[in-house]
Design a protein around this ligand. Structure first.
Ligand SMILES: [Zn+2]
Length: 459
């Protein structure tokens, strides 16, 4: 994690910075000096004096191994031992810090604040944290300058430079109320309650008990899962909870795909109802749905991104691989087998194989129920099929389909008369049909498994 990424998760992307605790500089100037100076920053917002702080972004504790009696820094080995003792303390503490920044001489702990908090309450909790950890008591100042994570420790030329590293990241925020409970601080003395809780963030539960496991939401159909993830999940909330997006307004926030100083990104819904992430920075220009965003952030494949989102949101995606493989088999039969085994059939249909294969792909994407007759049901509009065929005209697509129906390679299903259609599926389709106009009318198709016998009947 570099300093920009750190500031992003802290929620203060333009802090007051200092060279060697003395010369005030802006964040923009940091790259110029980072190779020569010790860089400090003030994590909280408002000014460089305690009484000027208006926005509290974090509690912090400075665990410092100190110096020997002659004022020399302790040898590396001793400091290492000190640090490992501190790690034990950290792991024992019931509220885990969001960030642990390791410096040459110790560890800096940060607990981020995502609620409004009064200066009085901030100080009470800060004091309690410093006391519990036995941290540097000079660090209890709300406008304290701390070493910028990702910068370099070079306090004394006698000692080698030491790059500071973020060693622990934790994206679970803790309610102020939980600190109060832990340290036995009365919340009422301080907090004006209206702004206390902010449900957009993922908080650890105020009680120590682990939350009960809730049964997952199950999807067996790719299309439904896709619609749910891209249309019903709030991408803004999701990225705040799981990907360090910071902001109040989904129309304008700092991009998390590229290092962004000024808000260049926004999320909006397109006509189809899908939410799109859009970055306006010319250097970035990223545009995509939630799956694409996660795939970009995690540098993983599309399907891996889907499983990450599902895991985070407690969604189970069960693909019926048996049904899918029968449809895949059909596709191979069309290309490899029919022309020799059922020559007449092949001669009548080969001009429509592209359409037929596309219909199989649509079926695979939307696979959910098979009717009792062992046929695979799927829905689509002619317009959608034409689009998938490369924006072909609807009439041609419609003719192709009519011909394939005639050959019985596919079938149009009438929900009202076909007794084989499961009731649940019928309800699902009818809900969709009502939502769409005539132009985009959704038809139910079925595809049989292309066994030798079935193909002979088609022929
Ligand atoms: Zn961007």
């Amino acid at each position: 994690m570099n300093y920009k990424e750190f500031l992003q998760v802290l929620g203060n992307t333009d802090p007051i910075c200092f060279l060697d605790n003395k010369i005030k500089i802006s964040l923009e100037d940091v790259p110029k000096y980072i190779d020569k100076y010790n860089i400090y920053f003030i994590p909280n917002i408002g000014g460089s004096k305690k009484e000027d702080i208006t926005e509290f972004k974090t509690f912090f504790v400075d665990l410092d191994a100190g110096k020997d009696s002659k004022g020399n820094f302790l040898p590396g080995k001793t400091v290492k031992k000190y640090k490992s003792e501190q790690w034990k303390k950290i792991n024992d503490f019931s509220i885990q810090p969001n960030i642990v920044n390791e410096t040459r001489n110790g560890l800096h702990l940060y607990w981020f604040i995502k609620e409004k908090i009064t200066p009085e309450l901030w100080q009470r909790i800060e004091d309690a944290l410093v006391k519990w950890f036995g941290g540097d008591t000079n660090t209890k100042n709300a406008a304290k300058q701390l070493r910028l994570p990702g910068s370099v420790w070079r306090k004394d030329p006698k000692y080698p430079e030491y790059p500071c590293k973020v060693l622990k990241e934790n994206d679970i925020y803790t309610y102020i109320a939980s600190y109060c409970k832990l340290f036995n601080i009365s919340e009422s003395i301080t907090q004006t309650t209206s702004e206390k809780k902010n449900a957009r963030f993922r908080y650890a539960k105020p009680t120590a008990t682990k939350s009960k496991s809730i049964s997952p939401r199950v999807f067996t159909n790719y299309k439904q899962l896709f619609d749910y993830l891209t249309k019903e999940i709030s991408m803004f909330d999701y990225l705040q909870e799981f990907h360090n997006l910071v902001g109040n307004n989904q129309r304008s926030f700092c991009c998390i795909i590229h290092p962004d100083k000024h808000p260049s990104a926004s999320i909006f819904k397109v006509d189809s109802g899908v939410e799109l992430y859009c970055c306006n920075a010319t250097s970035c220009g990223f545009k995509g749905n939630i799956i694409q965003v996660v795939s970009e952030l995690k540098e993983c494949s599309r399907s891996e991104a889907i499983s990450i989102i599902c895991k985070n949101l407690n969604i189970e995606y069960k693909v019926d691989t048996r049904l899918k493989s029968i449809l895949e088999d059909n596709k191979h039969t069309i290309t490899d087998d029919i022309q020799y085994s059922h020559t007449d059939l092949y001669n009548s249909m080969y001009r429509y194989t592209k359409t037929l294969k596309e219909l199989h792909d649509i079926a695979i994407d939307s696979l959910e129920y098979s009717s009792t007759a062992g046929k695979f049901l799927f829905t689509s509009s002619i317009q959608h099929i034409a689009q998938r065929m490369g924006k072909r005209d609807k009439k041609k697509t419609s003719t192709d389909i009519a011909f394939l129906c005639l050959l019985k390679l596919i079938e149009k299903v009438d929900l009202d008369t076909d007794a084989d259609v499961p009731k649940e599926y019928e309800k699902y389709v009818k809900r969709f049909q009502n939502k769409h106009n005539k132009d985009n009318y959704i038809t139910v198709f079925s595809i049989p498994s292309y066994t030798y016998k079935v193909l002979t009947e088609c022929e």
